[in-house]
Design a protein around this ligand. Structure first.
Ligand code: CDP
Length: 222
């Protein structure tokens, strides 16, 4: 495979991106960049500061004065917001339901993309996962994948994941969230979630993490 490669993995919530991207990065010794975690961290800050989510100007201003860092720690990725570890807090339902409001703003996306390009290009190989990696952030990525799965399976995975992390959520709540994020992420004007023309589609509905990881590694190692 090519050196200094960028591997882009995009797809909707619950398609299995995070777990697989982390695993692929680990196997290749690449940097793992969870771009959703970056949008989530900024959302958490806006909530903590009591920023009105309908005030785009205030959200954009906030993003200019926010420091977000990702640090790998064993099997986990730690997310730091202004030097504080917020890895757990950014997974809350409140953050999850509000993140789409901020992720649809052009200026915020541009700042995030800049930071993501800097991290990726500065590494000796990186796996980035998100919604717009293969289309906007790294359109020239060496390898592009688009993960998808049935709606029911995605809701089930997300529910189990949050339960495991100790959040008390109902399946109905998760279903409503995944549905509304799908619509918002796919229909927003700036960098909507869509498959890059040259991305390889993997339907993960009936696949295990190992199978999806194996498929990606099989492609990139050729
Ligand atoms: O883990 P999950 O797929 O639920 O979401 P995530 O990857 O943590 O991303 C949370 C939200 O951030 C998404 O629903 C998008 O609204 C936004 N996002 C985005 O707009 N662009 C990205 N590259 C990554 C996330």
């Amino acid at each position: 495979m090519k050196k200094n490669s960028i591997i882009a993995i995009d797809g909707p919530a619950g398609s299995g991106k995070s777990t697989v991207a982390k695993e692929v990065a680990k196997k290749l010794g690449f940097l793992y960049i969870d771009t959703g975690a970056m949008y989530r961290a900024l959302t958490l800050k806006a909530i903590n500061k009591g920023v009105d989510f309908s005030d785009a100007g205030a959200l954009i201003e906030l993003s200019k004065n926010t420091d977000i860092e990702l640090k790998e720690s064993g099997d986990y990725l730690k997310v730091y917001l202004d030097k504080k570890d917020v890895s757990h807090k950014i997974r809350s339902m409140e953050v999850t339901t509000k993140v789409k409001l901020l992720a649809s703003l052009k200026d915020i996306r541009e700042n995030m993309a800049k930071l993501q390009r800097k991290l990726g290009s500065g590494s000796s190989g990186a796996v980035l996962e998100g919604r717009d990696i293969g289309t906007v952030v790294f359109p020239d990525a060496a390898y592009k994948f688009y993960l998808d799965a049935s709606f029911e399976k995605r809701v089930e995975r997300r529910f189990l994941e949050l339960k495991e992390k100790g959040f008390s959520v109902s399946p109905e709540e998760i279903e409503a969230d995944v549905r509304s994020r799908d619509v918002s992420d796919m229909t927003r004007k700036v960098a909507p979630l869509k498959k890059a023309e040259d991305a390889k589609v993997i339907d993960t509905t009936d696949m295990t993490i190992e199978e999806v990881t194996g498929k990606i590694l099989g492609t990139v190692k050729k």
